[in-house]
Design a protein around this ligand. Structure first.
Ligand code: FAD
Length: 341
């Protein structure tokens, strides 16, 4: 069979990283990214991009840990290279604080991040409303720069990118041998997945260059994540809301909550409000499917539903999606050689 043609639908962090893994593992493939939106207009552009995993209740913990570890290792190497600044990847240290001691004092990812330890009494004095805390160093992706860096890597490996809205994956069957679905929340309509729902998130991106440490309330609602140029203040989690309009009441609530954790933020300037829809599901949909009409078959690999943790696991899930694409190619080669007999 000639070089397999692979279409990746979606240009958020999942689509771009999946396309890159496919191009790296299958250099003979011709890979194209098709998407109705590119950076800076994706959900991935809104994210804080912190590597602190979210837990998917429907995915075994050892699998989630593997995805996180692969992502951490990949980004840690970039943070240690000359590419770090352009890719927007950097190490950041800080604290996750709790009003009450959590049931699980040692999260599954504690030995993947660096220097994880309980906070000392002296450190906890900074947070008079909190009784327990964890200190560690993790990585952060500054989102538009990281997406642009991935696009640049893709172009350098010969991957082409086209603006196109795909109404139905089947419409691609005559042009491509394999389709990879990385449409994020768009998969709700694209493949009619009723298990996929939005969890609306509003954040503020502010200028406060003196804030160097991250602070996250263990309830996951209030967080301060310093990036290279801006600090992300969060947040909200509204299950089932499709609204992309900023809510001024939420803006005030986020700002007040963050200032209560880090009072110096009262001096923050140039406050920009962003809203995104987390593509949420009980588990990431990472699987093969074969679509078929009138005896014609189209192998599909799904990779969507990363919810609140897409940046934290993107490289791990991209590698698994690329492995599944490899299986599809082997199956296609097997059927084309059987057809010749
Ligand atoms: P998207 O970025 O939405 O990309 C989907 C792509 O598919 C887009 O390019 C879209 O145009 C395209 N598309 C959709 N439908 C079609 C179609 N029919 N035809 C063609 N193209 C289509 N995660 C973390 O790990 N750490 C964080 O700190 C973090 N913070 C967050 C903060 C907020 C406020 C939000 C909202 C999310 C946050 N997340 C975080 C989660 C993270 O943003 C998501 O998990 C991740 O961005 C999902 O990436 P994606 O590529 O699947 O989706």
């Amino acid at each position: 069979m000639a070089a397999p043609k692979v279409a990746v639908v979606g240009a958020g962090v999942i689509g771009l990283s999946t396309a890159l893994c496919i191009a790296e593992t299958c250099p003979s493939c011709s890979v194209m990214v098709l998407s109705d939106q590119f950076s800076p207009n994706t959900t991935s552009d809104v994210a804080a991009g912190m590597l602190i995993p979210h837990t998917y209740p429907g995915t075994p913990i050892h699998v989630q840990k593997q995805w996180f570890k692969e992502t951490f290792t990949y980004l840690f190497a970039i943070s240690n290279s000359a590419e770090a600044s352009e890719a927007g990847i950097h190490l950041v240290s800080g604290w996750q604080v709790f009003k009450n001691t959590p049931k699980e004092e040692l999260p599954f990812w504690s030995d993947v991040v660096l220097g994880f330890r309980p906070m000392s009494e002296a450190e906890l004095q900074k947070f008079p409303q909190h009784r327990f805390g964890q200190a560690f160093t993790t990585l952060k992706c500054d989102c538009p720069p990281y997406l642009l860096w991935l696009e640049k890597r893709l172009k350098a490996t010969g991957v082409q990118m086209y603006t196109r809205k795909v109404a139905d994956l089947w419409e691609l069957h005559s042009e491509y041998n394999i389709v990879v679905n990385c449409a994020g929340i768009g998969a709700h309509q694209l493949v009619g997945d009723e298990k996929l729902f939005p969890v609306r998130g509003q954040v503020l991106k502010v200028h406060a260059p003196w804030v160097k440490n991250f602070i996250r309330d263990g309830d996951g609602l209030t967080y301060i994540y310093p990036g290279i140029h801006r600090v992300t203040l969060g947040g909200t989690r509204e299950k089932g809301s499709w609204s992309l309009s900023p809510d001024p009441g939420a803006t005030k609530g986020i700002f007040d909550r963050c200032c209560s954790l880090e009072p110096s933020l009262w001096g923050a300037q140039d406050i920009k409000v962003k809203v995104g829809l987390r593509p949420s599901r009980q588990c990431v949909r990472l699987q093969r499917e074969v679509l078929s009409q009138g005896g014609v078959k189209l192998p599909v690999v799904h990779n969507y539903g990363h919810g609140a943790g897409g940046f934290s696991v993107h490289r791990g899930t991209a590698k698994e999606a690329a492995r599944l694409v490899g299986e599809c190619i082997a199956a296609l080669q097997g059927s084309s050689s059987r057809a010749k007999l």
